[in-house]
Design a protein around this ligand. Sequence first.
Ligand code: KIV
Length: 271
Amino acid sequence: MSVNTEIRRITTNTVQEMKLNGEKISMLTAYDYSTAVILDGAGIDVILVGDSASNVMAGHETTLPITLDQMIYHASSVVRGTKRALIVVDLPFGSYQGNSKEALASAIRIMKESGAHGVKLEGGAEVKDSIERIISAGIPVMGHLGLTPQSIYKFGTYSVRAKEDAEANKLLSDIQILQDAGCFAVVLEKIPAKLGKEATSLVKIPTIGIGAGPDVDGQVLVVNDMLGITKGFRPRFLRQYLNLFEEITGAVKQYITDVKSQDFPGKKEQY
Ligand code: KIV
């Protein structure tokens, strides 16, 4: 008898089943091969190749500057590092808002050139046509509502969204539009926990929260933030699991000392 050791890939159906079964969905961002290998091996359900790469990888102040080519580079590196996780890639700013044909062309490039399994884009009613066109080509789409960082210059601040009725009601209407357009899941970013719960109960598709409280179907964090690589970024919603900034700084300082003092390389570290 042969044992089947094949690892089964998480699909958009799997995450929808997880919502039905009440199993929470775990999602983290990744932008490179080595991190993707670690997250995948640890059993993460979904990896988001977020346009937050613009901030944490490239050092930009916002997500706006990152290009489609750069997203494809990050995404293809992540895909090569995974066997199990569902890989979703952000459509960068300017690659889908213009018209739905452009949106589809951008999504096709991501799927073809990176090997990812779906795309994410920000917005509600305004991007409905783009979502429908992308899905009609067989490409799964994840929505993103609440604090949508590509609109930072419209918001003017990264503070909590939809605290007032008008914006909350628009979010509740948008999430139904995204469901009807065919999105397989929706990210809810930085909104009151009560609204996260209400939005989640309104739709059959899974909601994945970042600062949207506990009553959503899954959680996502930026991996550099939860590992404590990002210095000085401590929003209330963030749980920091390590302080890698301090740990890596310590290791680098020790390395410098060892090189200067000629302690490194030792007898066993040479040929
Ligand atoms: O780009 C990103 O990392 C994201 C998450 C914050 C959801 O969109």
